[in-house]
Design a protein around this ligand. Structure first.
Ligand SMILES: [Zn+2]
Length: 406
């Protein structure tokens, strides 16, 4: 591959740390390699563990996406709200380890087994940090505490919950980093958004928010009508004043641009001016694309080329099992490769590794294979044809495989 790759390459690992990376013969000369166990992986490429920049592990016990392909987004929300209520009811009946904790554990395990080393997780209250720091399943987690609502009476309580989460959670092994997430423009009032933003700014923590996921969201913000207006009325939280020229997508982006890191999730229907605004904040604004979730809802084609032309930091996420069959980032990368054949594999590889680190405010070394860093390695194996191996295009081909190593 182009870039910092090498043929006949090797990675030397001691314990859980990379001690050397480069040409096999050089490493053999430089280190007393006789004491090493040598594993010849054959033809293929060793790449860093994946970074899944957007997921909701609490839904990892869902066997298949809710609804059906092409389902209207607001109908899908109706199903997920029902699913969450049911899960909460079962948890209170069982009076034992909550279903949510078990689902998170299952999601961490599934992520690790498919080669993911770091996640951008959206977590809801009650949020138990220990759910994410499983010694037997080490995953680096940027945990965005999600908040939503339109009831001012709840705001003081929400403020103290978020403040305590952001200030009490120091990084611990394998690594747990806090963040905040105002859910989405249709579910968060302007007042609550301001509150979350103020708290995140004072704690200097990143934020993530679903924005411009559907055209109906824009209709709600700009005209106060449409599917989302119907949904909010149905849920008994409709207040026409909420959508009377207050929140706008441009206004929300401006607000989030003050954060240390702002991850815009989806952005499927951002217009050119909004993309220009994100591009004007390269240090702290990023976009997360969830390719198979995008396909599940049959959205309009993702504006990927416009995003890359503007050099916006674009990373990949799986979203949750409520809209995706699994949590496998390699499959997301394969989906990108098949939908956008003009993209170079190295570009896609960055989306699945270093770009995710940058978006989540994690050290960039996590998305690379670097000496003196924790070892997290995947092996990409081409299909049998030797012809395919000499052409980089194979690495995210549907016939290739990702084998997690460490
Ligand atoms: Zn999401």
């Amino acid at each position: 591959m182009r870039g910092k790759s090498c043929e006949n390459g090797a990675v030397a690992v001691v314990g859980k740390e990379v001690v050397a990376v480069g040409d096999f013969n050089k490493i053999k000369r430089d280190l007393s390699i006789n004491n090493f166990d040598i594993v010849d992986l054959g033809d293929g490429i060793i790449v860093p563990g994946w970074v899944n920049a957007h997921t909701h592990l609490e839904f990892s016990d869902i066997d298949k996406p809710l609804g059906f392909r092409g389902i209207k987004f607001t109908d899908w929300i109706r199903r997920i709200v029902k699913q969450r209520l049911e899960s909460n009811r079962l948890a209170s009946d069982a009076n034992s380890v909550s279903n949510k904790s078990l689902a998170i554990k299952r999601g961490l395990l599934e992520s690790r087994q498919s080669g993911t080393q770091a996640i951008g997780e959206i977590a809801t209250a009650p949020l138990i940090s220990n759910d994410y720091t499983q010694a037997d399943c080490p995953i680096i987690t940027r945990c965005f505490f999600e908040q939503l609502g339109r009831e001012p009476l709840n705001y003081p309580n929400q403020a103290s919950e978020l403040t305590s989460f952001l200030t009490q959670n120091q990084s611990n092994l394998p690594a747990f980093y806090p963040g905040a997430s105002p859910h989405a423009p249709y579910s968060v009032s302007e007042l609550l958004l301001n509150q979350i933003q103020t708290i995140s700014l004072s704690a200097a923590t990143p934020v993530a928010m679903h924005i411009a996921e559907t055209l109906e969201e824009r209709e709600l913000l700009e005209q106060g009508s449409g599917d989302f207006a119907d949904l909010l009325k149905e849920f008994g939280i409709w207040n026409p004043c909420d959508f009377n020229g207050g929140l706008s997508i441009a206004g929300i982006l401006k607000q989030l641009s003050k954060a240390v890191h702002a991850l815009i999730v989806h952005g499927n229907y951002l217009n050119d001016l909004e993309l220009d605004f994100i591009a004007a904040h390269p240090q702290n604004m990023s976009l997360a694309f969830c390719p198979r979730t995008h396909r599940y809802f049959e959205h309009s084609p993702y504006p990927l080329q416009k995003i890359l032309n503007r050099k916006i930091n674009l990373c990949l996420g799986t979203d949750s099992r409520a809209s995706n069959p699994d949590l496998n980032i390699y499959k997301e990368a394969q989906e990108v490769a098949s939908s956008f054949p003009e993209l170079s594999p190295i570009e896609i590889l960055k989306m699945a590794t270093v770009n995710g680190c940058r978006a989540l405010g994690l050290p960039s070394s996590i998305g690379t294979i670097s000496e003196n860093q924790r070892a997290s390695l995947n092996f990409l194996k081409p299909s049998a044809s030797p012809y395919a191996f000499h052409d980089n295009d194979w690495i995210f081909d549907q016939t290739s495989q990702c084998i997690p190593l460490l």
